[in-house]
Write a new protein. Structure first.
Length: 511
C-alpha cells in the first residue's frame, strides 16, 4: 500500500473536483436511508463483542484458534437472526505462529549480533554453520538488473554432506519461496535473505511470507548486514549462529458465507471482509473494522433495503493473515457455472485507522506506472466510490491492487473488484496530511499487527465516512438496473492485473 500512498496532492484534488465518467454505466440509486441506518454506534457494538472475544481467548482472534471460532459464531448468529441463509465453509490451512524472536550472530571471524526477522512459515531450530553465498548477487545494488540470486537451482553451490552450512541470498527478481526452495533442495541447513539495496529496499527485511511451511530456519536481514556477511564470506570462512522459534501445523478454520434469499442468483455481489486477526493481537481495526461495518450493513440492508435486483452475499474470510487462504479457497471451490454468476467483489479491509486516508482501490489502473488495473468493471467500481465522496466534498486517493487483501483471488479469476482502505503501516505524507488531516510522518495505523490494535485503536470519523460509503456501494450494486457496461465494454481496462503482478500475499511480501 505504501507505494500508492505517496501520490501528489494534485491527483487527490482532481478526484474531488472532477467526478469521473467511468461509472456512467451505473445508474444512480438512492441509498440515503441505508446510510442513515448504518451508524458508528452500530458498528462499535460489534467491535465491542470482538474485543471481548479476544480478551477471553488470549488476546487474539487468529484463524485456527478459539477466538476465531467464537468470532465466526457471533457473526453467524447475527446474520441468521437478520434472515440470511448462512453456511460455514470449513477448510484446512497451514497455521503458523512465531513463539519468540529470532536470533542471529556472527561467531567468527568477528563476533557480533545481527538484527534479524523470522519469515512466515520458517522452520524452527538452532543452527550454527558456515555462510555460503548464492551466485548472481548484485553489490552495489542496481535497479537493472535486479538481483536474481537464488532464482535458479544452480545459483547455490551444492551444500557439504558433512558440514553445517547457511545459505546467504539477496532479495530480487523472483519470490522468496523460490529462493528458499532452491537453497533447501541444494542441502542447506538454514537460509539468510538480505534486502536488495535499492531505494526502499535497504532496511531489515520483515513482513515476508514463504506461502507454505519449510523445514529449515529462514531469517531476513538488512542490506548492510547482508553485504557485510557477503564480503566477509568472500574473504574467508564465516560462521554464524541463528535460531527461529516457530510452530507450523495443519489446522481447520472456516469462511462464513451469508446469502440474502432475494435477488437474481445469476448476478451475485460478494461483499467481503476478513474475520481473522494476527496472532499478536485482537485485530479490532485489522480487520474488526471491516467485519463490523459489513456486518452492520448486512443487518440494516435486510431491515431497510429495497428488494434487490442482484443477489447479495456477505463473506467473512478466514486465514487472510496466513495469505488470503479463505478467499482463495472460496474462489477455487466455485464451479465454472458458479464463477460465472459472481457479478462483483467489494472488499473492505481496515476502515478505522486513527491517522486515516480515504483510499479507493485503483480499478482503472490510471495511477499505476504500468497502467495495470482490475478486470473490466473495476474502473466503474472505483468511480462509484470517488464520485460518492466527491459529491460530499471529501477527498480520496487511489491505492494499488497489490495483493494485500482478499480482492486478490477475485481479480485473478477476472471478477470486477473494488473497495476502501484507511491505511496500515504506511507513513502519511505531508501532502496527505494537508488534505486529509492527521499527522505527517506517522503510520496510518500505529498499531498495525500489534497487541495494541484494540477498541481504542479506531477513528470514529473514519468509520462514519467510510461506513456510509460501504452502505452506498453495496446498495447501489445490488439495486443497479444498467450494470457496468455499455455495448463494447466501453470502460474496460486495456492492461489487466494478474496474480503474478502482486508483490504481496495478504499483509506479507512474497518477493
Amino acid at each position: 500500500m505504501r507505494r500508492k500512498a505517496t501520490l501528489l496532492a494534485g491527483l487527490v484534488v482532481v478526484a474531488v473536483a472532477v467526478p469521473s465518467t467511468a461509472a456512467v454505466a451505473i445508474d444512480d440509486v438512492n441509498t440515503r436511508k441505508l446510510e442513515r441506518a448504518v451508524t458508528v454506534n452500530g458498528i462499535l457494538q460489534h467491535e465491542r463483542v470482538l474485543q471481548r472475544i479476544a480478551n477471553n481467548n488470549g488476546g487474539t482472534r487468529v484463524s485456527g484458534s478459539p477466538g476465531y471460532d467464537a468470532s465466526a459464531a457471533y457473526v453467524t448468529q447475527k446474520l441468521t437472526d437478520a434472515g440470511y441463509e448462512v453456511t460455514s465453509q470449513e477448510f484446512e490451512f497451514p497455521f503458523f505462529e512465531e513463539l519468540g524472536p529470532s536470533t542471529l550472530s556472527q561467531v567468527s571471524p568477528t563476533p557480533g549480533d545481527i538484527a534479524s526477522a523470522t519469515f512466515q512459515y520458517s522452520g524452527a531450530g538452532e543452527v550454527t554453520g558456515t555462510v555460503v553465498a548464492a551466485t548472481n548477487v548484485v553489490i552495489p545494488a542496481t535497479p537493472e538488473p535486479s538481483s536474481a540470486a537464488g532464482c535458479l537451482p544452480g545459483d547455490y553451490p551444492p551444500a557439504s554432506a558433512t558440514d553445517t552450512q547457511v545459505a546467504l541470498v539477496q532479495r530480487g527478481s523472483c519470490d522468496f519461496a523460490v529462493k528458499v526452495a532452491n537453497a533447501v533442495a541444494a542441502g542447506y541447513d538454514a537460509v539468510l535473505v538480505f534486502n536488495e539495496g535499492n531505494p526502499g529496499r535497504t532496511d531489515l527485511l520483515t513482513g515476508v511470507t514463504l506461502a507454505a511451511p519449510v523445514d529449515v530456519p529462514v531469517l531476513g536481514i538488512s542490506y548492510a548486514d547482508g553485504v557485510a556477511l557477503y564480503d566477509a564470506a568472500e574473504a574467508g570462512p564465516v560462521t554464524v549462529a541463528l535460531s527461529a522459534d516457530t510452530v507450523s501445523e495443519t489446522r481447520t478454520t472456516s469462511n462464513v458465507i451469508a446469502d440474502w434469499p432475494e435477488g437474481d442468483p445469476n448476478k451475485v455481489v460478494v461483499v467481503g471482509a476478513h474475520l481473522d486477526s494476527v496472532a499478536e493481537g485482537p485485530g479490532i481495526n485489522d480487520n474488526g473494522s471491516g467485519t463490523a461495518t459489513i456486518l452492520e450493513t448486512a443487518i440494516q440492508l435486510a431491515d431497510v433495503g429495497k428488494k434487490p435486483r442482484q443477489q447479495v452475499r456477505f463473506a467473512f474470510w478466514g486465514a487472510e493473515e496466513s495469505g488470503l487462504l479463505g478467499s482463495e479457497y472460496y474462489v477455487a471451490s466455485l464451479s465454472d457455472d458458479e464463477l460465472a454468476t459472481i457479478y462483483a467483489n467489494l472488499n473492505f479491509d481496515m476502515l478505522g485507522s486513527t491517522n486515516y486516508v480515504r483510499f479507493v482501490y485503483d480499478g482503472d489502473g490510471s495511477e499505476d506506472p504500468n497502467g495495470l488495473g482490475g478486470p473490466p468493471g473495476s474502473a466503474q467500481i472505483e468511480s462509484l466510490f470517488t464520485d460518492y465522496f466527491a459529491e460530499k466534498e471529501l477527498a480520496t486517493a487511489p491505492t494499488a491492487f497489490d495483493g494485500r487483501s482478499d480482492y486478490g483471488p477475485f481479480i485473478a479469476a477476472g471478477i470486477p473488484a473494488g473497495g476502501l482502505f484507511s491505511g496500515a503501516e504506511g507513513i502519511k505524507t505531508e501532502e496527505e496530511a494537508a488534505i486529509f488531516g492527521g499527522t505527517a510522518g506517522e503510520p496510518y495505523d500505529p498499531c498495525y499487527h500489534l497487541a495494541c490494535d484494540t477498541i481504542t485503536n479506531l477513528s470514529t470519523a473514519a468509520l462514519n465516512e467510510l461506513g456510509d460509503a460501504v452502505a452506498h456501494s453495496v446498495q447501489t450494486l445490488v439495486r443497479t438496473k444498467s450494470g457496468f457496461f455499455e455495448d463494447g465494454s466501453r470502460m474496460a481496462v486495456q492492461q489487466q492485473l494478474t496474480a503474478d503482478d502482486f508483490d504481496h500475499r495478504g499483509g506479507a511480501l512474497v518477493r
